[in-house]
Each structure stands twice: as C-alpha cells, then as structure tokens.
Design a protein around this ligand. Structure first.
Ligand code: HEC
Length: 132
C-alpha cells in the first residue's frame, strides 16, 4: 500500500515535471524562433533580391525581345536558324556568348540587361536558339 502511494507520487511528479519541461521548452522555442525567424526572413529577402532565379525566356522577354524578335538593326532573329546557325558555325557558342556579354556592333553589352549575370545572358541566348 505504501509502495503504491510512493509510486503514484513519483508518477505525479514525473507528470508534473514533464508538463513544466514542455512549458519551458515551448518558451525556449518561442524565444529562439523569433530571432532565427527574423534572420531567415532578412536572409531570404536579400537572397531573392540578389539572385532571383529567372528563366532564359524571362530574361529574353525583358531585355532581348525588343531587337531580336524582329531583327532590329540586323539582330539575329529569335528561333531563326538562318540567322543563328552561321554565327554558331563560324564562331562557336562560347564566342557568340562572349560577344553578347561585351557587345558587338549594334548589339549592346549584356543586351542592356543591367541586372543580368553572365549566366543569365547565356540562358537567354539558349532560349533564342532553342530548337533551331
Ligand atoms: C538594342 C538592340 C539589341 C538588344 C536589346 C539585344 N541585342 Fe543582341 N544583337 C543585336 C544586334 C544588332 C546584333 C547583331 C550584331 C552583329 O553581329 O553585327 C545582336 C547579336 C546578338 C548575338 C550574336 C553575337 C554574335 O557573336 O554573333 C547574341 C548572342 C545576342 N545578340 C544576344 C542578346 C541577348 C542575350 C540579349 C538580351 C539580354 C540581346 N542580345 C539584346 C541587338 C540587340
């Protein structure tokens, strides 16, 4: 009988301490989530501002279509094999890419895309010549 009472109070204590432990843990979690969450949000905003992943199509439509859709100033027309194939055959893709980065004749450096990386220009070219 005495033994049972001891057991019951040990169990009660255990139960109580579990509740306390949970409450403390929740408080700790709440305390920790707040600053961590803020850091994460700030980091996410920075990351998206610096390197929002865009597709070649999106970059093309923003920066290249004005000249390359209709062949303005002699620009090779988008998806037009007759315009692109000789350039690719003569110079190779890497040189064509470099020329787009640095500019060539009436083709402005980076196609005037101020926030494009070199790789952004590459995937925009790949979009323009895709399927030719
Ligand atoms: C202001 C008009 C204009 C814009 C905007 C423009 N281009 Fe061009 N682009 C040209 C012209 C004109 C040429 C042909 C240059 C030549 O070979 O004489 C050209 C040529 C190119 C070439 C072929 C280079 C070579 O060596 O044959 C690539 C690649 C290219 N552009 C990519 C792009 C990309 C990518 C964009 C957008 C990020 C873009 N261009 C935006 C006018 C433009």
């Amino acid at each position: 009988m005495k033994h049972k009472i001891v057991c019951a109070s040990v169990l009660a204590l255990l139960g109580l301490s579990t509740v306390i432990a949970q409450e403390m843990t929740n408080e700790e979690i709440a305390e920790r989530i707040k600053p961590v969450g803020n850091v994460k949000v700030a980091g996410a905003v920075d990351a998206s501002a610096a390197a929002a992943p865009r597709t070649g199509k999106e970059i093309y439509e923003k920066a290249c279509t004005a000249c390359h859709a209709a062949g303005v100033l002699g620009a090779p027309k988008t998806k037009d094999a007759a315009d692109w194939q000789p350039r690719l055959d003569d110079k190779g893709f890497d040189t064509v890419w470099q020329n787009a980065l640095n500019g060539i004749n009436a083709m402005p450096p980076m196609g005037t895309c101020g926030d494009c990386s070199d790789d952004d220009i590459k995937i925009a070219i790949e979009y323009m010549i895709e399927g030719i």
